[in-house]
Design a binder for this molecule. Sequence first.
Ligand code: S6P
Ligand code: ZN
Length: 194
Amino acid sequence: MKAVPVNDLPVSVQLNVPDGTFTPCIEMTSRKVSDLAMMFADQKAVEDLIKSGDPEVYQIRYYPFQTKNSDMALGVTMILPGKVGNEYFMTKGHFHEADNQPEIYHCVQGEGVLQMMTIDGEYVAAPWVKDTITHIPPHYAHRVINTGSVPLVFVASFHIAAGHVYGPIEKKGFKYIIVEKDGKPQEVLSPKWA
Ligand code: S6P
Ligand code: ZN
């Protein structure tokens, strides 16, 4: 993530909820199916989607509020509606590098699930609708899944010092995956944990 000059003055940005954009914004990252290839259970579906144009799964917009002695940051994520095979579009998911770093997520549009899990596999899933706000304590990896038909947009507040660790989730994923069954989202044990 980009570093910015220290600014001790108040800063406001203006959020456009429907598409998760805000102004001004320091950095935008787009993740496609190929960036998340190892995260989905159905590898044949991953290959087919990549061949047919590698669709975008989500966008993250970031603003670091770095002052002389504080380091809050804002991240707004917009996850498109869609599926890989029967598994819904989702974020990669990560642990924080610093083990005393929590985070607050606020779902401002859409519906889905926030999965949280410790390195020992202690798992909690929070069902999400518009205006659900969740505190993610330190030590819990976190991933958001869009189970709805419109873009899911959520606002994250965290410290820049939190950092990101993707490795353990890339290898083992979360204990459960969320798939569509009979037109509805269903939580099933991940093949990587079976
Ligand atoms: C940062 C915060 C979010 C995520 C974003 C994308 O700590 O949790 O801004 O970075 O939702 O998820 P991921 O797993 O691709 O970083
Ligand atoms: Zn985080």
